[in-house]
Design a protein around this ligand. Structure first.
Ligand code: AMP
Length: 494
């Protein structure tokens, strides 16, 4: 059985697995729900035989039940973004060839119509009241467990196929690297169609017998109240969430602010990933809470690959070293491996937690791997044994006047400008320079900025060829569900 691999679900004791609003569920209760749900999915069959079943539910007991029920019954789970537009849902459902969709609550009429058009049967988790049954099908680790859609750099999202073995390998290595234990309690607010929320938080917790407090959507105020009460032992979030936390903490009265900061400070670890954490944010968080953030790097296709040390020196603006059991190698443009130095190179990854393939897309799979290495498209240097990500080769590496510039490095400097709230840097085509540096920023309340002033400020803070030649001020930067800036949208805009 798939969930037999999860030690805490195997034990199924009375420890609390999940808190969802006012309700909480023990491992015993969660296991019973999973058993009933998987029996309902199987009906008279013995094994779902990799039937693709979409899971359409926010963080909560319904999601955890459905995901594990699909795994246990031998299906492939296709977690969907509950906030996705119908056109996106259609692409994911049709591409995965999903035949059923489990929803936590009533589907919106448009999504119901979409299912009808695609011949997909919608199911409500709570209307699967079947008796638990035995036996469940044996699940070989090599079998496919889930398809996660990821945009990559271009084209329509592709479905990364993750096997049970890859999930188990990933959880095992994160358990050791980040010292998970059954006494952990974590908030879960990340969207659950993405690796970070599904594996790093929810399933690492369920594997280890820890407890997650599900928030169907991020509630910064509640998160801070609970942090001040000492509810959580660890926090895993994306950089934009730390930005929002800092903004909220600054609005609090001194006594509340101290209590919230002390609450975050008492946790055993605060982790950031899925996008670059600017050095300024790292410093601000340390100054406020005393927490030295642990930044790590990974992708949907490979799982987590690089991490600052749990014990040891965590360095701002870096993502540490390869996690145990993951092979990481940088390659130059001629496909030659390069040593651990300051020469930029593409990160390629090998290991048990790497995906098997892109679903139904042999061409993308072929292009994604070279000699067994997954090509991430991310460029990094190594400084004193620590990886520093320069950005995605296709969008963050700007080729201007013969130089290759890192957008992430320039963004990091711009964030030190007192008028700038958020910054995104992109390259725009230019006849003379090949590309020119354009900065898109949001301003702090009441602040003003123009290009001449920005250029003057940058002079002496960065080499002349890195100084932005275009400036656009926006109210908000376009971000995806994971809080990452959608740079392709900015490029189209400019
Ligand atoms: P996704 O597959 O959606 O998780 O996106 C993976 C991509 O996010 C990577 O290929 C990187 O471009 C980026 N990414 C993830 N973690 C970091 C990090 N710590 N610093 C910089 N970029 C990151």
């Amino acid at each position: 059985m798939a969930n037999e691999a999860f030690p805490a679900l195997r034990k199924a004791n009375d420890r609390i697995a999940l808190v969802d609003g006012e309700s909480s569920w023990s491992y015993r209760e969660l296991k019973a729900r999973i058993n009933r749900c998987s029996a309902g999915l199987l009906e008279a069959r013995e094994d779902l035989r990799e039937e693709r079943i979409a899971v359409f539910a926010p963080a909560g007991i319904g999601y955890a039940t459905a995901l594990h029920a699909v795994w246990q019954a031998g299906g492939i789970a296709v977690p969907l973004n509950v906030a996705a537009a119908d056109a996106e849902l259609e692409h994911h459902l049709a591409n995965a060839g999903a035949t059923r969709l489990i929803a936590a609550r009533d589907l919106p009429p448009e999504t119901r119509r979409l299912c009808g058009r695609l011949g997909i049967q919608p199911l409500a988790i709570d209307s699967l009241p079947a008796e638990p049954r035995r036996p469940m099908p044996p699940i070989e680790p090599a079998r496919r467990a889930m398809i996660l859609f990821t945009s990559g750099t271009s084209g329509k999202p592709k479905g990364a196929v993750i096997t049970h073995r890859a999930i188990h390998a990933q959880i095992n290595l994160l358990t050791k690297a980040w010292k998970w234990s059954e006494s952990d309690v974590l908030p879960l607010f990340l969207p659950l169609h993405h690796f970070h929320g599904i594996i790093n938080v929810l399933n690492c917790a369920l594997w280890n017998g820890a407890c997650v407090h599900a928030m169907p959507r991020l509630d910064i105020e509640k998160l801070c109240v609970q942090a001040a009460r000492g509810t959580y032992t660890a926090l895993m979030a994306v950089p934009t969430i730390y930005v929002k936390l800092i903004a909220h903490i600054r609005t609090l009265a001194p006594a509340d602010r101290n209590a919230v900061c002390a609450g975050f400070g008492r946790m055993r670890v605060n982790i950031s990933g899925s996008a670059a954490c600017p050095a300024k944010l790292f410093r601000q968080w340390r100054e406020l809470t005393g927490q030295v953030m642990l930044e790590r790097y990974g992708t949907t296709e490979t799982g987590m690959a690089l991490s600052n040390p749990y014990d040891g020196d965590r360095r701002a603006g870096t993502v540490g070293q390869a996690l145990p059991g993951v092979s990481v190698q940088r390659f130059d443009e001629q496909d030659r491996p390069i040593g651990a130095d300051a020469t930029p190179g593409e990160i390629r990854i090998r290991g048990d937690s790497v995906m098997q393939e892109y679903w139904n897309n042999a061409e993308a799979t072929r292009a994604g791997f070279r000699n067994g290495w997954f090509r991430t498209g991310d460029i990094a240097i190594v400084e004193d044994g620590y990886y520093r990500i320069l950005g995605r080769s296709s969008i963050d590496i700007i080729k201007s006047g013969g130089y290759k510039l890192s957008a992430l490095e320039i963004e990091g400097v711009l964030l030190d400008h007192e008028a700038i709230g958020e910054a995104a840097v992109i390259g725009l085509p230019d006849e003379t320079w090949g590309e020119i540096v354009a900065a898109i920023v949001t301003l702090r309340d009441g602040a003003r900025l123009d290009l001449a002033g920005l250029k003057q400020w940058c002079d002496g803070r960065m080499s002349a060829y890195k100084i932005p030649k275009q400036l656009k001020i926006m109210r908000d930067l376009p971000r995806n569900a994971m809080g990452k800036v959608v740079k392709t949208a900015l490029r189209d805009l400019l």
